[in-house]
Ligand binder design. Structure first.
Ligand SMILES: [Zn+2]
Length: 383
């Protein structure tokens, strides 16, 4: 069955599903799952012109109250960037040496193909499986993520669909396949700070108020503040400024306003409320006149060590000999939405060294073992 994953992966890469376009990936996957006895349901959402494609697929086990394991993932990929810099067409899957190149090869079409083939193989070997297997797939993960997984999870919650285990196929392996499983993610909180001054002539500063000068000491303090020390599962919360702008372009004008974009990646030792409060207090202490707008893009989530982490850890060990480390580093993922409904969520996939880059690739020798790891995880939990 292993050699079935590569051809499916190549078919997926050949579909240029730049977010939020699905480019037919879900049709292809849905046809395979339907043939394996899954009931399909499209959960498309969003306005015409930016319609997001979502698929919920379920194959019920023989035990009515048996556990439900859902494979979750996204068919969309990030834009290619400068095409001239790609060694081969990003939407023509291309083998060079021991790697398969193409946009989405790592993030996350290899995982999707491996999950589908693993489910097919699991069903063929164990047609009377006790627990249920499900797929929750979206084409809106790399974009705003408003009409994707978050919408599907809400619909599933409303109808009382129980989920026990979720494996998200994000590429998590760092150096070797299986070395890292994510059992949580930090939260993400963004802010846009506007420091209000009074515009004027640089030769008459007494008639103006320079927001750059006023903000500089406050920004310096924000940059060196220790927000928390992290904990056993999370690294310390970090603060980063991403954009800063002020000035009219003229050399003789004191600007009237300074704008700063910043982001927190926060651990469970901080909350969005505590971070907002501390930033506000710091700015007040510096006597700044500010307008602050906040965007909470993800709450942190954590899956304690349990059946799922043990099952996937055992599957990894038996296929690769590698002992997986649990980690909560990296960006946000759709795991944050699923964790609201599903008590155990982990993320596991192939090497992530090339994600979102020019010449994205997956090592060829990770494709078949990844498929077997997913299948063994099903066997460890659902038989
Ligand atoms: Zn991804």
């Amino acid at each position: 069955m292993d050699d079935l994953t590569l051809p499916l992966l190549e078919q997926l890469i050949a579909r240029p599903s730049v977010t939020p376009d699905d480019a037919g990936c879900l049709e292809l996957i849905g046809a395979r799952l339907a043939a394996a006895g899954f009931d399909l349901e499209r959960m498309d959402s969003g306005p015409d012109g930016a319609r997001v494609h979502n698929l919920w697929a379920l194959r019920r086990g023989t035990s009515a109250d048996g556990p439900v394991l859902v494979f979750a993932g996204h068919t969309d990929v990030v834009p290619t960037g400068d095409l001239a810099r790609w060694t081969s067409d990003p939407f023509v899957p291309t083998v060079r040496g021991d790697r398969l190149f193409g946009r989405g090869a790592a993030d996350m079409k290899t995982s999707l193909a491996a999950m589908v083939v693993a489910a097919e193989d699991f069903v063929a070997r164990h047609p009377g499986h006790a627990g249920s297997v499900a797929f929750l797939l979206t084409s809106d993960e790399e974009g705003p993520a408003r009409d994707g997984t978050v919408v599907c999870v809400e619909r599933l919650r409303q109808r009382g669909q129980r989920l026990d285990y979720c494996v998200v196929g994000e590429p998590t392996s760092v150096e070797r396949l299986g070395d890292t499983v994510k059992n949580g993610r930090r939260g993400s909180l963004s802010g846009r700070l506007r420091v209000i001054g009074v515009q004027g002539h640089v030769a008459y500063p007494q008639l103006a108020r320079n927001p750059v000068h006023q903000a500089a000491p406050a920004l310096a303090e924000l940059a060196v503040t220790e927000w928390d020390g992290g904990n056993d599962h999370f690294p310390p919360t970090t603060f980063q400024i991403s954009n800063i702008a002020a000035g009219t372009g003229a050399g003789n004008v004191i600007p009237g306003e300074l704008a700063v974009d910043f982001n927190f990646r926060f651990s469970t030792e901080s909350t969005p409320e505590s971070l907002r409060r501390r930033v506000r207090a710091l700015l007040d202490r510096h006597g700044l006149e500010v307008v602050l707008d906040w965007t909470l893009s993800g709450e942190p989530f954590l899956t304690p060590v349990g059946e799922l982490s043990a099952a996937i850890g055992a599957a990894i060990a038996s296929e690769t000999g590698v002992t997986a480390q649990l980690s909560t580093t990296g960006g946000t993922s759709d795991g944050r939405f699923i964790a609201k409904l599903c008590p155990q969520v982990v993320e596991f996939g192939p090497l992530n060294a090339s994600i979102h880059k020019i010449d994205e690739y997956v090592p060829l020798d990770q494709i078949a073992p990844l498929t077997r790891i997913y299948r063994r995880t099903l066997e460890n939990l659902l038989l």
